[in-house]
Design a protein around this ligand. Structure first.
Ligand SMILES: Nc1ncnc2c1ncn2[C@@H]1O[C@H](COP(=O)(O)OP(=O)(O)O)[C@@H](O)[C@H]1O
Ligand SMILES: [Mg+2]
Length: 252
């Protein structure tokens, strides 16, 4: 069974069809790339999958069940996490606290238990701190756990945003242009990092990325969008030879 499937998924804004009839099929543990020129509708796909936007057509199935129309918090709990094209961190909070925010999405404590600092809440909070620290060790950010997130170098901010997404314990991770703004060395490190977390967390990854070397190195399957339409879909080596892809995207 597919972990993620979209059936004729679409979204329009007023008269603009940002996305039309998208049919994705991503198996468990798959590495799937979503590429296409600016304005193709890629981020719109992520906004739909994560519940930030409602579709104007079609369906989204996650692990075989419809999640169409569910709110973002519920989609997070089901196991879909995302990062943003423009990094969104709590810049004034520490690195550790940013990861804790990810963990707290899974809290079983009610707000009043937190307010009264009940024993169950305190125990859970200690577990979250321990888990966040372990994650920071895993991703190589333990040494900067107590620094403000906004003060990290750019590459580490990207890594932290992905780590916060991991803290929600996703099965599907949506990455929106994670290599944007990174230098070639940082991009290579990102590639290794993504391979490592894919293995370690048995993740399924859907990646939007302009850096084709990264995409070709990581992904088993690509979907190419242009003006909201799917113009090609298949293994990277087939897709890169597709005439319409070359014309719309690679050739520019
Ligand atoms: N919230 C929105 N309201 C109106 N138009 C939008 C909105 N989000 C995206 N669009 C439009 O939809 C199209 C696709 O945008 P987007 O999904 O961000 O493309 P990409 O990520 O591929 O660059 C663009 O024309 C964009 O202006
Ligand atoms: Mg985008």
């Amino acid at each position: 069974m597919m972990l993620l499937e979209t059936r004729n998924l679409g979204r329009s804004f007023g008269g603009l069809l940002a996305l039309e009839e998208l049919n994705l099929k991503i198996p468990e543990c798959g590495l799937h790339g979503l590429i296409g020129p600016n304005g193709a509708g890629k981020t719109t796909v992520f906004n739909l999958l994560s519940g930030f936007l409602q579709p104007t057509g079609g369906e989204i199935l996650f692990n075989g069940a419809s999640i169409t129309g569910l709110p973002p918090e519920q989609i997070t709990l089901l196991g879909i996490a995302r990062t943003f094209q423009n990094i969104r961190l709590f810049e004034e909070l520490t690195v550790l606290d940013n990861v804790l925010v990810g963990c707290q999405g899974r809290s079983r404590a009610a707000w009043w238990q937190a307010a009264l600092r009940c024993p169950g809440y305190l125990r859970e909070e200690r577990e979250f701190v321990a888990r966040s620290q372990a994650l920071l060790v895993e991703v190589g950010l333990a040494a900067v756990a107590h620094e403000k997130a906004g003060q990290l170098p750019y590459g580490h901010q990207r890594r932290l945003e992905i780590t916060r997404a991991l803290a929600t314990e996703p099965r599907l991770l949506l990455l929106d242009e994670p290599a944007a703004g990174l230098n070639p060395q940082e991009t290579l490190e990102l590639l290794d990092f993504l391979k490592a977390i894919h293995q370690e967390h048995r993740l399924t990854i859907l990646l939007i990325e302009h850096n084709l070397r990264l995409v070709m190195n990581l992904c088993q399957h690509l979907t190419v969008l242009n003006h909201g339409l799917t113009i090609a879909s298949g293994p990277p080596n087939e897709v890169r030879r597709h005439p319409e892809v070359i014309r719309a995207y690679l050739g520019k």
